[in-house]
Design a protein around this ligand. Structure first.
Ligand code: HEM
Ligand code: NAG
Length: 328
């Protein structure tokens, strides 16, 4: 009797704790805006489609921006904030290479949403970015999935907060794993999300180290020799620093699993791409995604859904920004 009562108390206590603990997915919902702005998904999708018609860069730019936003202070559109003195995330060295079309996509979608009186100032920039990322993926041939919604926009963005929070292209598997694990993402999630490099570009600077013999740096032996030759041609030593080349040289504008097939042939553009195949611990996952597009798509959707839950703001920690570039 005594024993069962204390067990009962323990159970109640656990239930209570579970309710109080802010689990990552606690309040995000697919139908968050059902009564607030019922057409939000189609409004965003139309705005994204219009922007994508103007330039394909819309797709990779928006996807990368979502990733960078979530890894720095959580998915709270802090990446979009503009501070008058330039002390904001987008002025950090790594985010300076975010393509402007990603920002523009969210600004345009936000304007379209706010054009509907029922929706005005009721949909967060963080949620618009999450929806836009999903839309560019599916519009480029990738999977369509339901996006969890209900994020608030953050009120803080600093250049310093980007430091050590985003992976570098020189990272080896352990460093990549550790950084993703710090956000609750597994090695499989990390490999699947790296599949985001199936679209978009990298500037030449990042590539040259791998294919030229510079002092103190040996050429990377994991690069396919023909691919290395092509990279030296596309990115000669004195190339204009603005020149960018495709991350997926085979199908650069299609969100598919060819990125993983490229890795099997030594055609990963970044060292952090190729390492996923070189390291025996992640190679089986690369092989699986290369041979089975459905397996990749399912893993990608699971992983980007988890990514979308990272550091989500609620209550006094956030707001619905009126202008995505400034706090209210
Ligand atoms: C695994 C660790 C990762 C590293 C080290 C990494 C690094 C990079 C680098 C160096 C670039 C080229 C930037 C430039 O030169 O302009 C890039 C581009 C890109 N990354 Fe990643 N990334 C990683 C993961 C991800 C993830 C998880 C996603 C999204 C799911 C993503 C999406 C993109 C996209 C779409 C581009 C192309 C951007 C454009 O064309 O504007 N990356 N990444
Ligand atoms: C591919 O992956 C999917 C999803 O995991 C699975 O259901 C299917 O059986 C796999 N196909 C093959 C040919 O292995």
């Amino acid at each position: 009797m005594e024993k069962s009562r204390s067990r009962h108390a323990l159970l109640l206590c656990l239930v209570f704790l579970t309710m109080l603990t802010p689990t990552m997915e606690s309040h995000l919902r697919h139908d968050y805006y059902r009564n607030i702005c019922p057409n939000v998904e189609s409004i965003v999708r139309n705005a994204v489609a219009r922007k994508l018609q103007q330039t394909f860069v819309t797709a990779p730019a928006t996807l990368r921006m979502f990733f960078h936003d979530c890894f720095v202070r959580g998915c709270d559109a802090s990446v979009m904030l503009v501070s008058p003195k330039g002390n904001d995330e987008r002025h950090s060295s790594i985010d300076l290479s975010l393509a402007g079309d990603g920002f523009d996509t969210v600004v345009k979608a936000k304007a379209a949403v706010d054009n509907d009186p029922q929706c005005r100032n009721k949909v967060s920039c963080a949620d618009i970015l999450a929806m836009a990322a999903r839309d560019v993926i599916s519009m480029s041939g990738g999977p369509y999935y339901k996006v969890e919604l209900g994020r608030l926009d953050g009120k803080i963005s600093t250049r310093a907060s980007v430091r050590h929070r985003l992976p570098l292209p020189e990272f080896k598997l352990d460093a990549l794993k550790a950084m993703f694990a710090s956000h609750g993402l597994s090695q499989t999630d990390m490999v699947a999300l790296s599949g985001g490099h199936t679209i978009g570009f990298s500037h030449c600077k990042t590539v040259q180290r791998r294919v030229f013999n510079f002092r103190n740096s040996n050429k990377d032996k994991t690069v396919n020799p023909n691919y290395a030759r092509s990279l030296r041609k596309q990115c000669p030593i004195h190339v204009d620093p603005r020149v960018a080349i495709s991350l997926d040289p085979t199908t650069p504008q299609i969100f598919d699993n060819v990125y993983f097939k490229n890795l099997q042939r030594g055609m990963g553009l970044l060292s952090s791409d190729q390492i996923l195949y070189t390291d025996h611990r992640s190679r089986p996952t690369v092989d699986l995604f290369a041979s089975n597009k459905t397996a990749f798509e399912e893993a990608f959707v699971a992983a980007i859904t988890k990514l979308g839950r990272v550091g989500v703001k609620k209550g006094k920690h956030g707001e619905i920004r009126r202008d995505c570039n400034f706090i209210n």
